[in-house]
Design a protein around this ligand. Structure first.
Ligand SMILES: *Cc1c(COP(=O)(O)O)cnc(C)c1O
Length: 818
């Protein structure tokens, strides 16, 4: 930070904070009665804390303008931030003063904080990763800005009605958002539709103009991203769409005033709602508009800054900028940067392409074919005609490179083409991203390896130097300090608090695994956290979780590849063991499932219904519920995970091997001392590697075994040869869990019995039950379990997003601490 600039001036002492809180409550919000505290106290406190961020935000920005470092722009359609207040209080180190100030009003910090709505601008792991990355960049003092969309409606609210998912709109902004600052002065204009016109300039050079467009305004809203105790505040800039004020004059004068005004809605629709599909692409035009809207607004923003300071000389641009694309969603940025440079600043194609391919970097998040984005050429041509021209030009030149490298290999050209030919030709967004980027990374070691040996093999052979791995991580501030203060304090009392910013130091807690009195304290913390989780379950599901039982938890988006279904089969198997009289062999356990299903994903929704029905049967049977409980916790989100992961004993990470790119839920649980039952998949492999197989319940087919096994997979034979599985299937098939709705679970039964079941549920069932039995037995040995719990936390050092971001900064971005 620059020493000439004045540091923060607002004091964090209790007196000042108290006076600020009173001022905001009374004067900013105009509230004088304590019975108006509901809602307003949260706002008053947020503003009090925000004041302290404001001056640090300005200082960070001013230092950056002076120092002119290379900067990174993280482009993502999703930022799953969750709540902001506690994070800001923690990072500003102002908690004690805040508590005292609230006591003046007779309020408790926890109660106020729990009123804050989650910023749910994301689906799941990908969006939460972006949020963890923002936190790490600020904490590491890196010049990184996030760019995203300010959805009016975030991820839907999930409730259950007769055990089925019901979606309700999440109008998270209705009560106002104290964490955003509108910046009208930086509004951008985004073009849609129209056509390309070619012209000559004075020097006789041909250039293109995109004309007759229908424009939409992009208005930025900035959110402060505070670093941990370092006076840094970075920026997350979210764009909102607005209509231009140029009404269609013709319509206006013809008296169609209302129609002209109604046109505004069309523009504003662009940022109305987050698409709630985690792993499949909807192919909807509105989604494509969102993607271009983000890419264009963000690039215009960055380039106008450059031109203001450096004029129209772009020779140094690539040395000062890098754009990280969070999956293919913002990939139109490749074509948009070309358009801006070639059409608006009249650079030669080659020069513009050099700049583009030196500044763009792409992160792949999935191997699932249904999640790979393709946009129909027809749609792109209609909505973004000039971009389609550019994409064709990029592809023509790229095909020449492929032909030069592999002369005569027409099949390879067809395979690698950015344009997929066929009845309905498509733009393959991942291929555009690879061709336009200097770096392509996967998000865990196995995933990156599968990219180069499978999905992107041709590209790897052409450009091996582009490919690299960056194993995901999560921020230890939110996912340990903040969500589990009891454990955080216990750790700090033992080994100091350097782990908060230097998370590899967490390994030192491993030395205490052999200390019986420390283990007892660890156990007590876990019990307190289980009590808090049990309270959440009581409030939301009205089921009593006994904290002496093992808490077995699977929370994540509902998807067949994540195999919540296999988890349920195991629960039904435990139920069956109890009712067939083998209850003595079943150790007590409380099972919690949670997660949202995409509204159009029928089978995922049916898995929720099955969970509810099985839970109903189990929890209402007195004999069974003495040792087994099951709940489906509705509306899983970031703030729920903050209670769930500290209170979990056993973390379920049971995806079909080769399908979960990384997983990050697995890391949050590990940090908080849960043991994992998991497959050899994604970052589970690295977790297993770090903690050792004695402290991890590994099971199931490996990725390389699956391809081979698939051909001979025969679920019905597996079922008839496995008494336990056969009994479970019989319970399902005889309607034991659907007495009043016969046949409703048929699609689930068929998916398990399907010989082509891609998720291999029946094939892995036996190994899963064995691993579960091992886990249950192990849990009976309290001392050994606690030891393993401590060793899991101790081995989680690698899974801090600070480590991940340091690798991005060094290997991809080439940036240093400010
Ligand atoms: C961490 C997190 C995820 C990702 O979980 P996975 O188990 O990696 O799929 C999804 N949603 C929320 C709310 C999270 O906090």
């Amino acid at each position: 930070m620059n020493a000439d600039l004045p540091g923060p001036v607002l004091s964090n002492d209790a007196e000042q904070v108290t006076s600020d809180l009173h001022r905001h409550f009374n004067y900013t919000l105009g509230r004088f009665n304590t019975d108006e505290q509901q809602g307003y106290m949260l706002t008053a406190l947020s503003l009090t804390v925000r004041d302290r961020l404001m001056e640090r935000w300005r200082l960070t920005r001013e230092a950056e303008i002076q120092d002119k470092p290379k900067r990174v722009f993280y482009l993502s359609l999703e930022f799953l931030l969750g709540r902001s207040l506690h994070n800001a209080i923690l990072n500003l180190d102002v908690e004690e003063s805040v508590r005292q100030a609230l006591a003046d009003f007779g309020c408790r910090l926890e109660d106020i904080e729990s009123e804050e709505r989650d910023a749910g601008l994301g689906n799941g792991g990908l969006g939460r990763l972006a949020a963890c990355f923002m936190d790490s960049c600020a904490t590491l003092n890196l010049p990184v800005r996030g760019y995203g969309i300010r959805y009016e409606y975030g991820m839907f609210h999930q409730s259950l009605c007769e055990g089925r998912q019901v979606e309700q709109p999440d109008h998270w902004l209705v009560e106002g958002n104290p964490w955003e600052i509108e910046r009208l002065g930086r509004t951008r204009r985004i073009k849609f539709y129209g056509r390309t016109e070619f012209l000559h300039n004075a020097k006789g050079k041909i250039f293109a103009r995109w004309v007759d467009t229908q424009d939409v305004l992009a208005i930025p809203y900035d959110m402060p991203i505070p670093g941990y105790n370092n006076d840094v505040v970075n920026t997350l800039r979210l764009w909102k769409a607005a209509a231009t004020d140029e009404f269609n004059l013709q319509e206006f004068n013809e008296g169609d005033y209302s129609d002209a005004v109604a046109q505004k809605n069309l523009a504003e629709q662009i940022t109305m709602v987050l698409y709630p599909n985690d792993t499949s692409e909807s192919g909807k035009e509105l989604r494509l508009r969102q993607q271009y809207f983000l890419a264009s607004a963000s690039l215009q923003d960055v380039i106008s800054d450059w031109v203001k300071r450096n004029g129209e000389d772009f020779s140094e641009f690539a040395n000062y900028h890098c754009f990280q694309l969070n999956d293919t969603h913002p990939t139109l940025a490749v074509a948009e940067l070309m358009r801006i440079l070639v059409d608006e600043y009249i650079l030669d194609w080659d020069e513009a392409w050099e700049i583009t391919t030196k500044t763009m970097a792409y992160t792949n998040h999935t191997l699932l074919p249904e999640a790979l984005e393709k946009w129909s050429v027809r749609l792109v041509g209609e909505l973004l005609p000039r971009l389609l021209d550019i994409i064709y030009e990029i592809n023509a030149r790229f095909m020449a490179v492929v032909a030069h490298r592999w002369p005569g290999d027409v099949d390879r050209q067809r395979r690698m083409s950015i344009i997929e030919e066929g009845h309905e030709p498509n733009v393959r967004m991942a291929y555009l991203a690879i061709a336009g980027s200097f770096s392509v990374n996967g998000v865990a070691a196995l995933h990156s390896q599968l990219l180069t040996s499978g999905l992107f093999k041709d590209f790897y052979e052409l450009w091996p130097e582009k490919f690299n791995n960056k194993t995901n991580g999560v921020t230890p501030r939110r996912w340990l300090s903040h969500c589990n203060p009891r454990l955080g304090n216990l750790v700090s009392d033992a080994i100091g608090d350097s782990w908060v910013t230097n998370f590899s130091d967490i390994k030192n807690i491993g030395e205490y695994a052999g200390d019986a009195s420390f283990r007892e304290k660890w156990f007590e913390v876990k019990q307190d956290n289980k009590k808090a989780l049990a309270q959440l379950v009581k409030d939301k599901c009205n089921v009593d979780f006994d904290t002496s039982f093992m808490f077995d938890v699977q929370v994540k988006r509902i998807h067949e590849y994540k195999r919540q279904l296999m988890n349920l089969l195991h629960v039904i198997h435990l139920y069956d063991r109890i009712i067939r009289g083998e209850e003595d062999s079943v150790h007590p356990r409380c099972v919690l499932l949670g997660g949202k299903a995409a509204p159009g994903y029928a089978l995922a929704k049916l898995i929720i219904k099955l969970t509810s029905n099985v839970a109903q049967v189990i929890n209402s049977d007195k004999k069974v519920s003495e040792r087994l409980k099951l709940v489906f916790l509705p509306n899983y989100r970031v703030s729920a995970m903050e209670v769930i992961c500290p209170g979990t004993d056993l973390s379920e990470q049971i995806s079909t091997a080769g399908k979960e790119a990384s997983g990050t839920g697995n890391m949050k649980f590990m940090m908080n001392g849960a043991l994992t039952i998991g497959t050899y998949d994604g970052a589970n492999i690295e977790i297993l590697d770090a903690v050792g197989e004695d402290h991890f319940f590994l099971f199931g087919l490996k990725e390389e075994e699956i391809a081979d096994y698939r051909a001979r997979n025969d679920p019905s034979t597996i079922i008839s040869n496995d008494t336990d599985l056969n009994r479970v299937m019989n319970l399902l098939e005889c309607g034991h869990f659907s007495l009043f709705e016969p046949g409703i679970f048929d699609p689930i039964i068929h998916s398990i019995r399907n010989a082509y079941d891609p998720w291999m549920v029946a094939a892995d069932f036996r190994a899963y039950v064995q691993a579960q039995n091992k886990a249950a037995d192990y849990y009976q040995n309290k001392q050994e379990w606690i030891k393993s719990s401590i060793l899991n936390t101790a081995a989680s050092g690698h899974f801090s997003s600070d480590r991940t971001i340091s690798e991005y900064a060094k290997d991809i971005w080439g940036i240093k601490k400010r």
